[in-house]
Design a protein around this ligand. Sequence first.
Ligand code: SAH
Length: 395
Amino acid sequence: MSERTKIVLKSGKDQSLRRFHPWVFSGAIKKIHGPEREGDVVDIYDNKDEFLAMGHYQQGSIAVRVLSFKQVDIDQDFWDNRILRAWKLREKLGVVDSQETNVFRWVNAEGDGMPGLIVDYYAGAAVVQMHSIGMFKSLESIKASLLKVAGDRIHTIYNKSQSTLPDKPGITDRSGFLFGDAVQGQVKENGFSFNVNWTEGQKTGFFIDQRENRRMLGSWSPGRKVLNMFGYTGGFSVYAMGGGAELVHTVDSSGKAIDLSRENVEMNFPGSSIHEAYAVDAFSYFREIKDQYDLIILDPPAFAKHQNVLNNALQGYKRLNQRAFEVIAPGGILFTFSCSQAVSKENFRKSVFVAAANARRNVRVLQQLSQPADHPISLYHLEGEYLKGLVLEVE
Ligand code: SAH
């Protein structure tokens, strides 16, 4: 019926697909019948010729990213339906057309049945980030679906895949405007305003995944002296001020981020003098302070992008958290995060535990944090749970 390339798996290697895990590793493949074109849709069968799934083929460790466990046509209707379904979830979450929040993740890869595709929505601008050649080849259809589903809310679609698409021949135009031309815009999150520059900022411009954790930070802030370490454009700082902090200091090694954090604070609290921002390295800053802060946020960049650097990453989390435990005032609250996909919840907790013991502080876990519901996780792909956080009380 189809002329698609057919991939047959080795005996026993069909189990994870039968449990709806959305990846086929190259080592599981017994034979490929048909052309091996990167980014094409292929069918996957077990070695008894039973159909299992279909998805985007790519040469590499993950050979197929599954789009469907049923035989369907991957046509414009397919993309329209998937993208509409993702939009409807965000409608249910109350972030579409809300006065309070108009920034959200619209498509979260495996969590929305579209492995290799991220779309973040910034008040009418959709920022697309592709991680696979299959998604790159589907871009025209994806763009058409985005415009169809969100209608005239959309003024700009920007492709920001410079650093996320694999280095393969035939991939051109990794970044650029697909529709409209706005480079930045103002968004609202839980009633606070932020300027976001999606063309120049980190990731797609803003760390949308911290929305609920920032809100919780606000509730811990009254009367506290807050250090927002790895503060980027001041997200946590604005919430700390909104929550009634006594003072708030933002630290980030990027001078540009620090300038933006000042702008965002000024936009929400014009004329306030309780915020200072410093462009310095985290470890240098920790060497200069002692007992100054009783609420510290540690939200470092991903230390481990791959499994093989896991041990270094765990050492990094340990050293960093130890510094925070050494300087936080008695009775202080530490919000500590890891956004490394390769670091499990358990491993992260263990690193924080060793850090606390080394600093000889008595510590209690008050809350465990994760990513918000617009970053859904497929139950069959728990690797998608990348953001882990702990709220700790330090005696
Ligand atoms: N908490 C932020 C996101 C943090 S992203 C938010 O809610 O928006 C991580 C940040 O760490 C980046 O802005 C990066 O510039 C900064 N960074 C990376 N290495 C650093 C270092 N050694 N010292 C201080 N900041 C660093």
